[in-house]
Design a protein around this ligand. Structure first.
Ligand SMILES: NC(=O)c1ccc[n+]([C@@H]2O[C@H](COP(=O)([O-])OP(=O)(O)OC[C@H]3O[C@@H](n4cnc5c(N)ncnc54)[C@H](OP(=O)(O)O)[C@@H]3O)[C@@H](O)[C@H]2O)c1
Length: 338
Protein backbone atom coordinates (compact mmCIF):
# COMPACT_ATOMS: atom_id res chain seq x y z
CA UNK A 1 0.00 0.00 0.00
CA UNK A 2 1.37 3.41 -0.92
CA UNK A 3 1.35 5.71 2.10
CA UNK A 4 0.11 9.23 1.36
CA UNK A 5 1.55 12.37 2.99
CA UNK A 6 -1.81 13.70 4.21
CA UNK A 7 -4.77 11.99 5.87
CA UNK A 8 -8.18 12.69 7.33
CA UNK A 9 -8.39 13.06 11.10
CA UNK A 10 -11.07 14.05 13.63
CA UNK A 11 -9.32 16.89 15.50
CA UNK A 12 -9.80 19.91 17.71
CA UNK A 13 -7.54 22.97 17.93
CA UNK A 14 -8.05 24.21 21.51
CA UNK A 15 -9.52 22.67 24.66
CA UNK A 16 -13.27 23.26 24.65
CA UNK A 17 -13.44 23.56 20.84
CA UNK A 18 -15.64 21.28 18.79
CA UNK A 19 -13.71 18.64 16.85
CA UNK A 20 -14.04 18.31 13.09
CA UNK A 21 -12.72 16.38 10.15
CA UNK A 22 -9.42 18.04 9.15
CA UNK A 23 -6.48 17.16 6.89
CA UNK A 24 -3.20 16.57 8.65
CA UNK A 25 0.18 14.93 8.04
CA UNK A 26 0.49 11.14 8.22
CA UNK A 27 2.62 10.48 11.33
CA UNK A 28 6.21 9.37 10.93
CA UNK A 29 7.42 6.09 12.34
CA UNK A 30 10.20 5.90 14.94
CA UNK A 31 12.55 2.88 15.09
CA UNK A 32 10.34 1.06 17.60
CA UNK A 33 6.99 2.05 16.09
CA UNK A 34 4.63 0.59 13.56
CA UNK A 35 2.39 2.57 11.23
CA UNK A 36 -1.17 1.24 11.24
CA UNK A 37 -3.89 1.90 8.68
CA UNK A 38 -6.85 2.37 11.03
CA UNK A 39 -9.97 0.42 10.15
CA UNK A 40 -11.99 1.15 13.30
CA UNK A 41 -11.73 3.18 16.46
CA UNK A 42 -13.58 2.60 19.73
CA UNK A 43 -14.78 5.70 21.59
CA UNK A 44 -14.35 6.31 25.32
CA UNK A 45 -15.43 8.99 27.81
CA UNK A 46 -11.75 9.93 28.27
CA UNK A 47 -11.79 11.29 24.69
CA UNK A 48 -14.37 14.00 25.39
CA UNK A 49 -12.91 14.67 28.85
CA UNK A 50 -9.55 15.44 27.17
CA UNK A 51 -11.31 17.61 24.57
CA UNK A 52 -13.04 19.62 27.32
CA UNK A 53 -9.66 20.16 29.03
CA UNK A 54 -10.72 18.22 32.13
CA UNK A 55 -7.53 16.17 32.31
CA UNK A 56 -5.06 19.05 31.93
CA UNK A 57 -3.77 18.63 35.49
CA UNK A 58 -2.86 15.03 34.80
CA UNK A 59 -1.67 15.07 31.18
CA UNK A 60 -0.35 17.56 28.68
CA UNK A 61 -1.19 17.05 25.02
CA UNK A 62 0.16 18.87 22.04
CA UNK A 63 -2.65 20.77 20.29
CA UNK A 64 -4.29 20.49 17.76
CA UNK A 65 -5.11 16.97 18.89
CA UNK A 66 -6.58 14.07 16.94
CA UNK A 67 -9.21 12.31 19.05
CA UNK A 68 -9.52 8.60 19.77
CA UNK A 69 -7.66 6.26 22.13
CA UNK A 70 -8.12 2.73 20.79
CA UNK A 71 -8.03 1.17 17.35
CA UNK A 72 -7.91 -1.91 15.17
CA UNK A 73 -6.22 -1.92 11.78
CA UNK A 74 -3.45 -3.22 9.54
CA UNK A 75 0.30 -2.69 9.85
CA UNK A 76 1.55 -0.84 6.76
CA UNK A 77 5.09 0.04 7.86
CA UNK A 78 7.46 -1.11 10.63
CA UNK A 79 10.30 0.80 12.31
CA UNK A 80 13.88 -0.40 11.86
CA UNK A 81 14.03 -2.08 15.32
CA UNK A 82 10.60 -3.75 15.27
CA UNK A 83 10.89 -7.52 15.21
CA UNK A 84 7.53 -8.90 16.25
CA UNK A 85 5.24 -7.34 13.62
CA UNK A 86 5.28 -7.32 9.83
CA UNK A 87 3.41 -5.41 7.16
CA UNK A 88 -0.08 -6.89 6.75
CA UNK A 89 -0.54 -7.93 10.41
CA UNK A 90 -4.02 -7.27 11.84
CA UNK A 91 -3.42 -5.48 15.13
CA UNK A 92 -5.20 -3.55 17.85
CA UNK A 93 -4.13 -1.35 20.72
CA UNK A 94 -4.45 1.56 23.09
CA UNK A 95 -1.64 4.03 22.27
CA UNK A 96 0.11 6.07 24.96
CA UNK A 97 -0.66 9.77 25.27
CA UNK A 98 2.19 10.80 22.96
CA UNK A 99 0.83 8.61 20.16
CA UNK A 100 -2.85 9.18 20.67
CA UNK A 101 -5.27 9.95 17.80
CA UNK A 102 -6.98 6.83 16.50
CA UNK A 103 -9.75 8.69 14.62
CA UNK A 104 -7.48 9.12 11.62
CA UNK A 105 -6.42 7.11 8.58
CA UNK A 106 -3.04 6.26 10.11
CA UNK A 107 -1.50 6.05 13.55
CA UNK A 108 2.14 5.53 14.50
CA UNK A 109 2.33 3.53 17.71
CA UNK A 110 5.11 1.79 19.67
CA UNK A 111 5.13 -1.93 18.82
CA UNK A 112 5.10 -2.82 22.54
CA UNK A 113 1.64 -1.23 22.89
CA UNK A 114 -0.17 -3.42 20.34
CA UNK A 115 -1.11 -7.07 19.84
CA UNK A 116 -2.29 -9.28 17.02
CA UNK A 117 -6.04 -9.52 16.61
CA UNK A 118 -7.56 -12.83 17.59
CA UNK A 119 -8.65 -14.65 14.39
CA UNK A 120 -12.25 -14.66 15.61
CA UNK A 121 -12.55 -10.87 15.71
CA UNK A 122 -13.28 -8.45 12.90
CA UNK A 123 -11.86 -4.93 13.07
CA UNK A 124 -15.11 -3.43 14.36
CA UNK A 125 -15.40 -5.71 17.37
CA UNK A 126 -11.66 -5.63 18.07
CA UNK A 127 -11.43 -1.84 18.14
CA UNK A 128 -13.60 -1.71 21.25
CA UNK A 129 -11.42 -4.03 23.32
CA UNK A 130 -8.11 -2.35 24.16
CA UNK A 131 -8.94 0.59 26.45
CA UNK A 132 -11.77 -0.92 28.45
CA UNK A 133 -10.21 -4.40 28.43
CA UNK A 134 -6.84 -3.20 29.71
CA UNK A 135 -8.43 -0.90 32.30
CA UNK A 136 -10.53 -3.74 33.67
CA UNK A 137 -7.59 -6.16 33.66
CA UNK A 138 -5.36 -3.67 35.49
CA UNK A 139 -8.05 -2.86 38.08
CA UNK A 140 -8.90 -6.50 38.79
CA UNK A 141 -5.49 -8.16 38.42
CA UNK A 142 -2.70 -5.59 38.92
CA UNK A 143 -4.34 -3.63 41.74
CA UNK A 144 -7.21 -5.81 42.95
CA UNK A 145 -5.33 -9.16 42.95
CA UNK A 146 -8.66 -10.96 42.47
CA UNK A 147 -8.55 -14.64 43.46
CA UNK A 148 -10.98 -17.47 42.62
CA UNK A 149 -14.03 -17.42 44.88
CA UNK A 150 -13.67 -13.78 45.90
CA UNK A 151 -16.64 -11.44 45.88
CA UNK A 152 -16.24 -8.58 43.39
CA UNK A 153 -18.61 -5.66 42.97
CA UNK A 154 -18.47 -3.80 39.64
CA UNK A 155 -20.32 -0.50 39.28
CA UNK A 156 -22.26 0.16 36.03
CA UNK A 157 -22.04 -3.31 34.53
CA UNK A 158 -23.68 -2.41 31.21
CA UNK A 159 -21.17 0.27 30.14
CA UNK A 160 -17.98 -0.03 28.12
CA UNK A 161 -15.94 -0.85 31.23
CA UNK A 162 -18.59 -2.90 32.99
CA UNK A 163 -19.18 -5.32 30.11
CA UNK A 164 -15.45 -6.09 29.98
CA UNK A 165 -14.87 -6.13 33.74
CA UNK A 166 -17.69 -8.60 34.46
CA UNK A 167 -16.27 -11.11 31.99
CA UNK A 168 -12.66 -10.72 33.17
CA UNK A 169 -13.70 -11.06 36.83
CA UNK A 170 -15.63 -14.24 35.95
CA UNK A 171 -12.59 -15.56 34.08
CA UNK A 172 -10.61 -15.02 37.30
CA UNK A 173 -13.14 -17.17 39.14
CA UNK A 174 -14.83 -14.41 41.13
CA UNK A 175 -18.44 -14.13 42.31
CA UNK A 176 -19.59 -10.96 40.52
CA UNK A 177 -22.23 -8.46 41.54
CA UNK A 178 -23.03 -5.42 39.41
CA UNK A 179 -25.54 -2.60 38.97
CA UNK A 180 -27.71 -2.08 35.89
CA UNK A 181 -31.05 -0.70 34.74
CA UNK A 182 -33.78 -3.36 34.44
CA UNK A 183 -33.63 -3.35 30.61
CA UNK A 184 -29.90 -4.12 30.78
CA UNK A 185 -30.10 -6.92 33.35
CA UNK A 186 -30.31 -9.66 30.72
CA UNK A 187 -27.12 -8.40 29.09
CA UNK A 188 -25.03 -8.32 32.27
CA UNK A 189 -26.39 -11.73 33.33
CA UNK A 190 -25.42 -13.15 29.91
CA UNK A 191 -21.87 -11.90 30.56
CA UNK A 192 -21.75 -13.89 33.79
CA UNK A 193 -22.90 -11.51 36.54
CA UNK A 194 -24.10 -13.63 39.50
CA UNK A 195 -26.10 -10.86 41.14
CA UNK A 196 -27.56 -7.74 39.53
CA UNK A 197 -28.81 -4.73 41.48
CA UNK A 198 -31.40 -2.53 39.81
CA UNK A 199 -29.77 0.76 40.75
CA UNK A 200 -33.00 2.71 40.26
CA UNK A 201 -34.58 0.77 43.14
CA UNK A 202 -31.74 -0.26 45.43
CA UNK A 203 -28.59 1.52 46.52
CA UNK A 204 -25.67 -0.90 46.43
CA UNK A 205 -24.29 0.16 49.81
CA UNK A 206 -27.61 -0.66 51.50
CA UNK A 207 -27.71 -4.25 50.27
CA UNK A 208 -24.11 -5.48 49.88
CA UNK A 209 -21.48 -6.27 52.50
CA UNK A 210 -18.16 -8.06 53.05
CA UNK A 211 -16.87 -7.79 49.47
CA UNK A 212 -13.24 -8.46 48.61
CA UNK A 213 -13.09 -5.80 45.91
CA UNK A 214 -15.12 -2.88 44.62
CA UNK A 215 -14.26 -1.73 41.12
CA UNK A 216 -15.69 1.80 41.10
CA UNK A 217 -16.39 3.46 37.75
CA UNK A 218 -18.65 6.26 38.95
CA UNK A 219 -16.77 8.23 41.64
CA UNK A 220 -18.35 10.75 44.04
CA UNK A 221 -20.72 9.29 46.63
CA UNK A 222 -20.55 5.89 44.90
CA UNK A 223 -16.83 5.79 45.60
CA UNK A 224 -17.16 7.08 49.18
CA UNK A 225 -19.82 4.49 50.00
CA UNK A 226 -17.78 1.68 48.41
CA UNK A 227 -15.57 1.48 51.51
CA UNK A 228 -18.59 0.44 53.62
CA UNK A 229 -19.13 -2.79 51.71
CA UNK A 230 -15.53 -4.06 51.66
CA UNK A 231 -14.13 -6.47 54.25
CA UNK A 232 -11.06 -5.37 56.23
CA UNK A 233 -8.02 -6.02 54.05
CA UNK A 234 -10.06 -5.81 50.84
CA UNK A 235 -9.68 -3.35 47.97
CA UNK A 236 -11.43 -0.34 46.52
CA UNK A 237 -10.08 0.42 43.05
CA UNK A 238 -11.49 3.46 41.29
CA UNK A 239 -11.05 4.80 37.77
CA UNK A 240 -13.15 7.86 38.52
CA UNK A 241 -11.80 9.02 41.86
CA UNK A 242 -8.97 11.13 43.15
CA UNK A 243 -5.27 10.32 42.71
CA UNK A 244 -3.10 9.69 45.75
CA UNK A 245 0.44 10.77 46.65
CA UNK A 246 1.62 7.22 45.84
CA UNK A 247 -0.08 7.39 42.44
CA UNK A 248 1.79 10.63 41.71
CA UNK A 249 5.12 9.10 42.70
CA UNK A 250 4.49 5.88 40.74
CA UNK A 251 3.68 7.82 37.59
CA UNK A 252 6.50 10.39 37.82
CA UNK A 253 4.35 13.46 38.51
CA UNK A 254 7.02 15.03 40.75
CA UNK A 255 6.85 16.02 44.40
CA UNK A 256 4.63 19.13 44.13
CA UNK A 257 1.87 17.41 42.16
CA UNK A 258 2.11 14.23 44.25
CA UNK A 259 1.64 16.30 47.41
CA UNK A 260 -1.37 17.99 45.80
CA UNK A 261 -2.83 14.58 44.91
CA UNK A 262 -2.23 13.48 48.50
CA UNK A 263 -4.12 16.53 49.80
CA UNK A 264 -7.17 16.14 47.55
CA UNK A 265 -7.50 12.43 48.25
CA UNK A 266 -7.01 12.76 52.03
CA UNK A 267 -10.74 12.27 52.84
CA UNK A 268 -10.79 9.05 50.81
CA UNK A 269 -7.64 7.77 52.47
CA UNK A 270 -9.22 8.52 55.85
CA UNK A 271 -12.17 6.34 54.83
CA UNK A 272 -9.77 3.62 53.71
CA UNK A 273 -8.04 3.73 57.13
CA UNK A 274 -11.38 3.73 58.97
CA UNK A 275 -12.56 0.59 57.17
CA UNK A 276 -9.03 -0.94 56.94
CA UNK A 277 -9.32 -1.19 53.16
CA UNK A 278 -6.72 -0.64 50.41
CA UNK A 279 -7.58 2.34 48.19
CA UNK A 280 -6.17 2.71 44.68
CA UNK A 281 -6.78 5.18 41.90
CA UNK A 282 -6.04 3.74 38.47
CA UNK A 283 -5.13 5.50 35.27
CA UNK A 284 -4.83 2.67 32.81
CA UNK A 285 -1.64 2.20 30.82
CA UNK A 286 -1.03 0.74 27.36
CA UNK A 287 0.35 -2.80 27.28
CA UNK A 288 0.76 -5.12 24.32
CA UNK A 289 1.58 -7.96 26.70
CA UNK A 290 -1.66 -7.63 28.65
CA UNK A 291 -3.55 -7.24 25.38
CA UNK A 292 -2.20 -10.66 24.39
CA UNK A 293 -3.77 -12.09 27.57
CA UNK A 294 -7.09 -10.53 26.55
CA UNK A 295 -6.65 -12.01 23.06
CA UNK A 296 -6.26 -15.45 24.65
CA UNK A 297 -9.48 -14.95 26.62
CA UNK A 298 -11.25 -13.93 23.40
CA UNK A 299 -9.86 -16.98 21.57
CA UNK A 300 -11.09 -19.19 24.42
CA UNK A 301 -14.52 -17.52 24.04
CA UNK A 302 -14.30 -16.35 27.65
CA UNK A 303 -14.32 -12.69 26.61
CA UNK A 304 -16.71 -11.23 24.08
CA UNK A 305 -16.67 -7.55 23.09
CA UNK A 306 -20.14 -6.00 23.34
CA UNK A 307 -20.89 -3.47 20.63
CA UNK A 308 -23.76 -1.05 21.09
CA UNK A 309 -23.64 1.18 17.98
CA UNK A 310 -21.40 1.62 14.95
CA UNK A 311 -21.12 5.02 13.23
CA UNK A 312 -19.63 6.19 9.92
CA UNK A 313 -16.55 8.42 10.16
CA UNK A 314 -18.63 11.42 9.05
CA UNK A 315 -20.93 10.82 12.04
CA UNK A 316 -18.19 10.82 14.68
CA UNK A 317 -19.62 13.80 16.58
CA UNK A 318 -23.03 12.08 16.73
CA UNK A 319 -21.24 8.99 18.06
CA UNK A 320 -19.65 11.07 20.82
CA UNK A 321 -22.98 12.75 21.61
CA UNK A 322 -24.51 9.32 22.09
CA UNK A 323 -21.63 8.11 24.29
CA UNK A 324 -21.78 11.31 26.36
CA UNK A 325 -25.48 10.71 27.05
CA UNK A 326 -24.13 8.10 29.49
CA UNK A 327 -26.41 5.25 28.43
CA UNK A 328 -24.24 3.21 26.07
CA UNK A 329 -24.60 -0.53 26.39
CA UNK A 330 -21.10 -1.83 25.67
CA UNK A 331 -19.01 0.02 23.11
CA UNK A 332 -19.56 2.76 20.55
CA UNK A 333 -17.45 2.23 17.42
CA UNK A 334 -16.52 4.41 14.44
CA UNK A 335 -15.78 3.04 10.97
CA UNK A 336 -12.65 5.00 10.06
CA UNK A 337 -11.85 2.97 6.95
CA UNK A 338 -14.33 0.13 6.87
N1 LIG B 1 -8.98 6.01 34.91
C1 LIG B 1 -8.99 5.28 33.78
O1 LIG B 1 -7.95 4.77 33.34
C2 LIG B 1 -10.30 5.06 33.05
C3 LIG B 1 -10.34 4.16 31.98
C4 LIG B 1 -11.55 3.94 31.35
C5 LIG B 1 -12.71 4.61 31.77
N2 LIG B 1 -12.62 5.49 32.79
C6 LIG B 1 -13.85 6.18 33.27
O2 LIG B 1 -14.77 5.22 33.71
C7 LIG B 1 -16.10 5.69 33.53
C8 LIG B 1 -16.94 4.61 32.86
O3 LIG B 1 -16.48 4.40 31.54
P1 LIG B 1 -17.36 3.58 30.50
O4 LIG B 1 -16.59 3.47 29.24
O5 LIG B 1 -17.88 2.36 31.14
O6 LIG B 1 -18.61 4.61 30.30
P2 LIG B 1 -19.97 4.37 29.55
O7 LIG B 1 -19.86 3.22 28.61
O8 LIG B 1 -20.38 5.69 28.99
O9 LIG B 1 -20.98 3.98 30.74
C9 LIG B 1 -22.34 4.02 30.43
C10 LIG B 1 -23.08 3.00 31.29
O10 LIG B 1 -23.06 3.41 32.66
C11 LIG B 1 -24.32 3.02 33.23
N3 LIG B 1 -24.59 3.86 34.40
C12 LIG B 1 -24.61 5.20 34.48
N4 LIG B 1 -24.88 5.59 35.74
C13 LIG B 1 -25.05 4.46 36.47
C14 LIG B 1 -25.35 4.20 37.84
N5 LIG B 1 -25.53 5.19 38.72
N6 LIG B 1 -25.40 2.91 38.25
C15 LIG B 1 -25.22 1.90 37.38
N7 LIG B 1 -24.95 2.08 36.06
C16 LIG B 1 -24.86 3.35 35.63
C17 LIG B 1 -25.30 3.28 32.11
O11 LIG B 1 -26.44 2.47 32.31
P3 LIG B 1 -27.92 3.15 32.27
O12 LIG B 1 -28.13 3.64 30.86
O13 LIG B 1 -28.81 2.03 32.64
O14 LIG B 1 -27.90 4.28 33.27
C18 LIG B 1 -24.52 2.86 30.87
O15 LIG B 1 -24.75 1.51 30.50
C19 LIG B 1 -15.97 6.99 32.72
O16 LIG B 1 -16.07 8.08 33.61
C20 LIG B 1 -14.56 6.92 32.15
O17 LIG B 1 -14.00 8.20 31.90
C21 LIG B 1 -11.45 5.74 33.44
Amino acid sequence: MEIPKQMKAFRFNHYGDIAENQRTAVPTVGPQDVLVYVRNSGLNPVDYKIQAGKLKTLFSFQLPLTMGNEFAGEVVQVGSQVQNFVVGDRVYGRPDNEHTGTLADYIAVPAQEIALLPDELDFQAASGVPLTGLTSYQALVELGHVQPGQKVFIQAGAGGIGTMAIQIAKALGAYVTTTASPEKTALVRSLGADQVINYHENYFADVLFHYDLVFDTLGGKYLRDSFKIVRPGGHVVTINGLPTYQFGQRHGFGLAKSLLFGAVSAPLRRLARKYRVHYDFLIMHPSGTQLQVLSQLIEAETLLPIIDRIYAFGETQAAYDYLESGHAQGKVIVNVNN
